[in-house]
Design a protein around this ligand. Sequence first.
Ligand code: M6P
Ligand code: ZN
Length: 187
Amino acid sequence: MSYITEPEHFFNGQKGSLRGNNVGSKKTYLKDLDGFFGDEKVRDSMNQDTLVYEVQYYFPVEDGREGGLFFGITTINPGKVGDEYFMTKGHYHEKRDRGEYYWCITGEGMLILMDGERNCRAEKMSPESLHYIPGYTAHRVVNTGAAPLVFGACWPADAGHNYGEIKMRGFSARVLDKDHEPMLIDE
Ligand code: M6P
Ligand code: ZN
């Protein structure tokens, strides 16, 4: 028996907000980012309850299911820790070969990509920019603008997140404000 249904989820293309059943949200505050910014003293001296970014997500299958896909909308607030812009933690995938798509909905920023040899490059993000993240590549988004940066993401349900290596060794380059210009600076 064939039939037509209403869509179960809606996503606002201007604001990026996601609604529907089983949409979750995870907020990351400055207090959760110990060790991720270059200047830990400055991060520690700031209001720890500052919201840095929020992810709205929809996981239609259980975590780890091969062949499944996850969907997320991330909003990074504008701000800096010293001269380093607010950003996501960044991660490799637990299953290293898994790729991912990011696309920018609103705001301005950069996607930092680091390969297994720790070579970094950054792709500029602006509304409608589309970014393919290959496997074996760590990825982090930086908000270089004065407004929130909102981006979409779609990744394999069995990819997983590996933050340990990033927390320990960081990325090999950081996006810093140099005389009001965002620059990719090697560590
Ligand atoms: C995107 C996806 C998520 C990720 C989120 C925040 O929405 O890549 O998997 O969790 O960004 O990035 P991070 O986990 O690195 O802080
Ligand atoms: Zn990822």
